[in-house]
Design a protein around this ligand. Sequence first.
Ligand code: ZN
Length: 427
Amino acid sequence: MEFVSDQKLSGLKMFLDASTSPFHAVGNAKALLLQNGFSEVSDHGSWVSRTSHNFFIRDGSIIAWIEKDDLPSENGFRIVGAHTDSPNLRLKPFQKQSSGAFEQLSIETYGSPLLNSWLDRDLGISGRVVVANDPFEEVLFSSSAPICRVPQLAIHLDRDINEKGLKLNAQTQLVPIWADSTPNAPTFNEWLASQLSSDPDEIISWDLMLHDVQPSEILGAQGEWLASGRVDNLVSCYAAISALCDIEISDLEATPLVCLFDHEEVGSVSSAGASGNFLSGAINRIMSDLSPESRATALENSLCASVDGAHATHPNYPERHDLNHFVRLNEGIVIKRNANQRYATDAVGEALAKKTCENSDIPHQVFSNRSDLSCGSTIGPTTAANLGVRTIDIGVPQLSMHSAREICGVKDQEYLKVFCQSFFTDC
Ligand code: ZN
């Protein structure tokens, strides 16, 4: 495969740039699904008269699936799971902080961001705001321009920073500035209300967060890498949704389902997270007219691919990797193994993942962490435990994981979409 054309990457780049919060990722996935003939079902209405192509949203999570009429229900599901959230800085509920010279934003960290990566970036604000409207209404908000910045201390005031390393206190040293302290400076609620063409008194609450406004970019001597915020894990979200949208219904032997969860970066325990009942509840409703026996058989015959970022071997820190499991950008799908079940792939799953890659003529690599370092995790193990479904953990290799700006290989994101298509129809 040649390096991927800019035109081919434009859909992913638009998705990355526009999905500045989990709520925006869900909104953009919804837009793609609607363009491709999917309809929304809700928690409140009946699902009995649903069509073949459906999706279901709960806060920052979305499930989409296709049902084929003449398919034996016992064939089960082919589930591709990913997550919509990324580590970042989030706005606290009460915003009134001033140094005397600057108006500042009260923030807390979400997940495990590389704190240094948030310094000296032009930052926007996005998320959802709840406004008063009999009794209230959720409004998506994303500032079109940069509004704040976390300025790093100048080297002249921190002379040995390059020798001693950078340590940041999240309460006192990551506090963004967003206005000069002048008598005319707006309060945060006044500013937000003006952005929403609303009244400050109508703003009740928010789930707001910061994002780097720099758009995604192709880089490298041959245009081989994609740099962006939220590569982990919106690259997987986009591949999964686009693969689902491109399915020919006649190719289906099982029910394809995509589940994009919020709250993976903080452990998945929430009503919309992978440890909650969001997915199992939806699957129960989809199978509501089956006998208990048929439901059990359907789950027994189902498979799940948990798709999430994987660590490429870092050229400057080879000692942080198990070099028997060398992972390169643009060298294909990474199959993740961990004996302690931080990843759900077992030997049978690894074989299935390799077969799926080989069937679609895409390369694969196998990752295993150094034995003396603690391993990351994904939605894979918790989804496998909740559903009792064989699950594989795979993903696209990347560098700078959990930085405000990460990079991955342009070929790999294309391989991932092909993998998802093959997983839905041939696995
Ligand atoms: Zn991730």
